[in-house]
Each structure stands twice: as C-alpha cells, then as structure tokens.
Ligand binder design. Structure first.
Ligand code: LLP
Length: 453
C-alpha cells in the first residue's frame, strides 16, 4: 500500500510529524477514514479534526513540560467544540477561557472549575460572578479598573476571588501585528512598572486571594527568543515582589507557540520547554501554559468543494464553497493554509489556481496554489492546519451556514456540530407589530438547499 504524508507544493516532500492527513493508495485519508467518504455523508464545507493528532500533540507537550512542573490549560478560543474540549480534558488538560460562553463550554465538557483560568481584557460583572460562583481556579486581571470590579463582585457574593495580575512586559513577539499582545501599546495586561503597587493593593484586599502573575505576549510565535525576554522579566518581577514581602505562588506563562502552516506541523517543543526551564524553572512558582493553536491547529482540516472555475486576468480561479466566513484567517491576517486535493497523482497535480470563496468581498481569497490537479465543478479540496481559529472564528456573513464539524477517531467519524442553517438564524429574528407581517419561512428551505448539493 502506497502511504505518505503530504504538503502543498512538493506533494511527497514533507512529512509533518503530526500530520493527520495521509494518502493511502493515492486517496486522502484523515486517520483511517477517507475524506471523500465523510464528504459524501456531510455536506461541504465542514471542519474535520483528528483525535489522534490532538492526543499526540497533547502527549508531546506534556512530556516536554511536566518534568519541569508546568501544567497545561488549553486556550478554548482556538477550538471551542465541546467534543474537542472533552478530548483534551480526558487527557488531563485544564482550560483557559476568555468569556462566560467559553466557561459554560468548558464546564459542559466536564472540566472542573478548579482547572479553569479566566483570561480576557473585558470581563463583564455577570461573567466574573458566574466564574466565582462555580469556583474558578484563577481570574487573570488585566487592569486596575477590572481589579476594582472583581473586588466589588466578590464582596457582593461574599466570596474570595483568586486573582493573578496579567503583566504587559513590553516585549515584541515578532508575530503578526494583529495577534501581538505584549507590547506597551497593546491593549492587554497591566504595564509592568505598575504591577508592584497594584499587587500590594490587591494583596491587602480581603475579597481577593492574590495568587500570582500571568503573561501572554502574542500568538503564532515562531522565533521563540521573545519568550526568553518576557519570562526573564517575569522572573525578575517575582523576585522584586517577594523582596517587598509579597508572595507570588503561581505564574501563568500564556500561550502563543506557533505552528508551521506549510508542513501541517507544530514546532519542536523542546526549545520552548528549555526556555521555560532556564528562565522560570526554579523560581518556586506553580507554572501553567495556555497553548491553543499548537495543540489543535495541525490536527484539523476544512473540506470544501469546487463550485466554478473561471479565468481571472492571467490565471484560473477556482471558486469553492468555503469562504472567509468559514475560515477567516487568510482575509484577516494574510494567513496561507495548505491545500490538498483528495487524490494524489503527481502526473496531473501540476496546475496552478487561485482559490477563492463565494463571499462578496475581494478579501475572500485563500491564495494561489500550485501542485493541484485540473479542477472542475464538484472536485473536493482540503485546507490543512485549520483546527485552530477556524470553526471558532466562523460567522454567518452573507447568511451562509455555519459549517459542520466532524471528529475522526481511528476508522470512525462523528458529526460533533451540525451545520447551523438559515432556518436556525431566521428563528432568532422577530418582526415588530408595526411592521408588515412577514411570510413564514419556508419549512422545506433546508431540503431545497441540500437536494441540489
Ligand atoms: N492565552 C491568552 C491570554 C490568549 O490571548 C491566547 C490567544 C492564548 C492563550 C492562546 O494562544 P495560541 O497558543 O493559540 O497562540 N485568531 C488568531 C489568534 C488569536 C490569538 C488570541 N489569543 C489567529 O487565527 O491566528
């Protein structure tokens, strides 16, 4: 049986270590399941995740970090599907959340509140209250104003709030500007020089249990040296607080480790673990990391179908049925996700296409790809490395469905989120009595759409 992993440009040149995609007998599989078999059962576009890839990523990460006493809280924003959260929870992961909605998702996935960290720059009172009521492990406070709100909510509930202060260390993570969070001008965290005074104030508040500090300098970080800078500053800060008689028990090191989108692979994690060990490994704090993308990015794909091929200037453009509403990263950050055809055939996979979605925006373009077969209506393609910030950032722009999500495990697959259809959207929209009564939505709208699929 011919079996090899594949990357975009050189079909059998790269073998991403954690690549869940494999061509067997020239046919693309995700673990033991043919992608076209899933597509036959689930209308495109849909996301599909490999349990094995997620398990393997978690195992690799925890093997690298647990010897230095670091625990893992998965950043729910990267992939918030309850089944994916459940899979990670089974493996022992805690969760890092940024909203009341993510809190409910983590709890629904069976994660105990004692393993959940509440990050985020704009928490509402009700969200803070709910987090305290369920017994959250830690709230990462991002401003002096938020600290006052946490004190007031805790007082009203007669509960003690476990808080860490999120530090803005003024370190440039050298990543895309829209996902940089640790520079002085970024909206995140509390300026490092303000921390000692605020920490002392928090430590004196009876409503608070000040447990430590947190830092997160950005996302998709490939050059790991900014971590060294940021974590060294944190180690100095911990020492300085302690010298003022302020105990610091916990240090949350954030997430951000990048992945190699062109190889469907995560970066070598050993180098990151080494930086953690060298900078904060022996300062006597409970250490936590909050990775999102690294754990789930390479293990997910977005499956789409070609609707039309047309000439656009000097090239051919394939219009596919997934758009920027399904996978926003190319439009938002200029990200390039690899594209794989369902059949591996080096003889014919030599064509170049621009691939674009159906949304009425010029930014709804995924990129220009080589090594593709000649494309025609009905052909299916797979966008790789789409397990993180894909489905979780999708919208219904242009009144398009929210794509379904599928989880593969060995030779089984299961729909873990059904498509959200226009019927579900219309059901939320109400007319007013001063408007002309509108028509009842067609009951068979779903059937009409899908029959033609
Ligand atoms: N912790 C905090 C406080 C965060 O803000 C984030 C991500 C993470 C952890 C996880 O970062 P990761 O390990 O996944 O890099 N939508 C963008 C990424 C936004 C990241 C926001 N914060 C993208 O698609 O690239």
């Amino acid at each position: 049986m011919a079996e090899h992993s594949m990357t975009l440009v050189e079909p059998d040149g790269g073998t991403g270590e954690r690549d869940p995609l494999v061509y067997r007998d020239e046919v693309l599989h995700i673990e033991g399941v043919r992608v076209d078999a899933i597509a036959q059962a689930v209308a495109t576009p849909f996301y599909c995740y490999s349990s094995a890839a997620i398990r393997e990523a978690y195992g690799t990460l925890s093997r690298a970090l647990s010897p230095i006493g670091v625990s893992v809280c998965f950043a729910v924003k990267a992939n918030c599907n309850v089944s994916v959260l459940g899979l990670l929870a089974e493996l022992g992961s805690g969760m890092d959340i940024v909203s009341g909605g993510e809190l409910e998702r983590a709890l629904a996935a069976g994660v105990p509140a004692s393993k959940i960290i509440f990050s985020g720059v704009g928490k509402k009172r009700a969200e803070i209250a709910r987090a305290l009521e369920v017994g959250i492990h830690q709230i990462n406070v991002e401003s002096a104003a938020e600290l006052d709100v946490v004190i007031s909510v805790a007082a009203a509930l007669d509960l003690r709030a476990p808080v860490a202060l999120r530090v803005n260390p003024d370190v440039d993570a050298h990543t895309h500007s829209k996902i940089s969070t640790g520079r002085r001008e970024d909206k995140f965290g509390i300026a490092i020089e303000m921390i000692p005074a605020l920490f002392a104030k928090a430590a004196a508040a009876p409503e608070l249990d000040v447990v430590g500090l947190a830092v997160h300098i950005g996302s998709q970080i490939l050059d790991l040296t900014p971590y060294r800078e940021a974590y060294s500053r944190m180690a100095d800060l911990v020492a300085s607080l302690r010298s003022r008689g302020l105990p610091v028990h916990r240090l949350d090191l954030g997430g951000g480790i990048g992945i190699l989108y062109d190889q469907n692979a995560g970066r070598e994690i050993g180098e990151y673990a080494e930086i953690v060990r060298e900078t904060v490994g022996d300062i006597g704090c409970e250490l936590t990391v909050e990775p999102g993308r690294w754990l789930v990015g390479p293990g997910g794909v977005l499956v789409t179908e070609v609707l039309y091929v047309k000439e656009t200037g000097d090239r051919l453009t394939a219009i596919v049925d997934a758009g920027m509403n399904d996978l926003m990263r190319p439009a938002l950050y200029g990200a390039v996700h690899p594209v794989l055809p369902l059949r591996h055939d080096r003889q014919v996979n030599s064509h170049i296409y621009q691939i674009a979605g159906p949304v009425c925006e010029s930014s709804d373009v995924f990129g220009t790809y080589a090594a593709l077969p000649p494309l025609q209506l009905g052909d299916r393609l797979v966008f790789g490395c789409a397990g993180a910030y894909g489905a979780s950032m999708a919208s219904t722009y242009n009144s398009r469905d929210l794509a379904a999500e599928v989880l593969v495990d060995g030779d089984r697959f299961r729909v873990i989120r059904r498509r959200q259809t226009i019927e579900a959207m219309l059901a939320l929209e109400e007319g007013s009595e001063w408007q002309i009564p509108r028509a009842e939505p067609a009951k068979d709208v779903e059937r009409v759409f899908r029959q033609t699929a």
